[in-house]
Design a protein. Structure first.
Ligand code: NAD
Length: 418
């Protein structure tokens, strides 16, 4: 047994083994490709506002160092474990390779519920976590970014803590910072914008018109809310939205501006009176053209895969579909999957742009960012679906095979030290 054992890590390994069989990767190369290169586990003691001391646990996992520094988000969620973070780091590796970025994958997280922490507690937690991982990160080593439960203010505190330690500003140590601190325009919107762009590409390929389509979104945070806005801008009706506290449904379309105002006031879509409340599990199986899981892993499983009534499954979240569900979706053959490592790659692509801008202290405008983002996503989309058609494999196998093969080839070229 290794320290990463966790259902999500097992799922990432199962996906890897399927692709390794397909690519005929020799057994001797498999553990080297699949297992994380290194991981750091830290205790984070902080003073609560009450004066009590509480210890939180945090992790950072770097999956491979073959192609450059590592890159990946920091997650704040009560269920964060070393194994979950390791799985997410592995997916980041394949995602970066698929998009052609010069990075290995990484991920980090702290097991905490950010909703129960005050702003000052969140700042103390973030600064102490950053302090503990300072030797493990850096613009040429490993560059964190926001993920579930974290946002640009948290990146600003990380950047400040790291910079204070080094005695000068180091904006390139994190991405997803506020623009005024060296962040990139378009980073906050990048993941959702990419999800919507690729969902539209998938609809095009099925002959569906965006302005006549409907969508259901699970998760209304950074990724889910921006995806909803971008889809709506092309005329797609958002008929259902779920978050951690509830779900709402309105077949004629949910007014998004009003919903955003409600979420800003109440912190959840729950209680929004211009749509019906619905059981969150039932929402996923309502009829729609595009279903966008944009929350947690393992949401589409063998229990609901056969009941989905969407035409496109656009995976905004990481790992939302289990391998068992994948097999059922493949048997059905009527749902076009845009796999996570392709679908949500917009975030890391613009994080890469932010890092490049920070290293050069030369900043781009939004048109440059968005044009370059779409060019990279279009290329990855075209390669993935061509591979899928030519080799008669699912889009997920195609995307993973393209990513894994690039890392495998790079490792072979560099050789094994010593
Ligand atoms: P976020 O914290 O901004 O939002 C998460 C949303 O999911 C919230 O609305 C929350 O209420 C909801 N949620 C949590 N648990 C849920 C549950 N059980 N059922 C329904 N909804 C639930 O996080 P985010 O940055 O939008 O990330 C969402 C997903 O997208 C994660 O899987 C993350 O790894 C992935 N992702 C994020 C980025 C990024 O740039 N932020 C990039 C790539 C992938």
């Amino acid at each position: 047994m290794h320290p990463y054992d966790h259902p999500t890590f097992r799922m990432a390994c199962e996906q890897f083994e399927l692709v390794a069989d397909f690519l005929e990767i020799p057994q001797g190369d498999r553990a080297r490709l699949c297992m994380p290169k290194r991981a750091l586990s830290v205790s984070i003691p902080i003073h609560r506002d009450s004066g009590a001391t509480e210890v939180f646990y945090g992790y950072r996992v770097q999956h491979h160092l073959t192609l450059g520094p590592t890159k990946g988000g920091i997650r704040y969620h009560p269920e964060v474990t070393l194994g979950e973070v390791a799985a997410l780091a592995m997916w980041m590796s394949w995602k970066c390779a698929l998009a052609g970025l010069p990075y290995g994958g990484a991920k980090g997280g702290v097991a905490c519920d950010p909703a129960t922490l005050s702003a000052t507690e969140l700042e103390r937690l973030t600064r102490r976590f950053t302090q503990e991982i300072i030797p493990f990160i850096g613009p040429q080593i490993d560059i964190p970014a926001p993920d579930l439960g974290t946002h640009e203010q948290i990146m600003a505190w990380m950047m400040d803590t790291y910079s204070t330690h080094h005695g000068h500003s180091v904006p390139g140590v994190v991405t997803g910072k506020p623009v005024s601190l060296g962040g990139s325009v378009g980073r906050r919107e990048a993941t959702g914008r990419g999800v919507a762009f690729l969902a539209n590409r998938a609809m095009d390929s099925l002959g569906l018109r965006a302005d006549q389509a409907t969508a259901i979104i699970q998760g209304f945070g950074n990724v889910g809310s921006v995806t909803a806005q971008c889809l709506a801008r092309h005329g797609t009706r958002i008929v259902g939205v779920a978050d951690a506290r509830g779900a709402i449904y309105r077949p004629t379309g949910i007014p998004l501006q009003e919903l955003e105002a409600h979420v800003a006031r109440h912190g959840s879509v729950a209680g929004f009176t211009e749509a019906e409340a619905i059981d969150p599990a039932a929402l996923l199986i309502q009829p729609c053209d595009v279903l966008v899981p944009a929350a947690l892993e393992r949401q589409i499983t063998e229990h609901n895969a056969l009941q989905l009534r969407c035409r496109v499954l656009a995976e905004g979240a990481n790992g939302p579909t289990t391998p068992a569900a994948d097999r059922l979706l493949a048997q059905r053959g009527d749902v076009l999957v845009v796999p996570d490592i392709l679908c949500n790659a917009g975030g890391v692509v613009v994080s890469y742009f932010e890092w490049v801008q920070d290293l050069q202290s030369f900043f781009w405008n939004e048109t440059e960012v968005v044009d370059r983002l779409y060019r990279i996503l279009e290329g990855a989309f075209a390669q993935t679906y061509k591979f899928s058609r030519d080799r008669q494999v699912s889009p997920r196998t195609a995307a993973l095979a393209l990513g894994i093969e690039r890392v495998w080839k790079a490792k072979k070229l560099r050789g094994l030290f010593p």
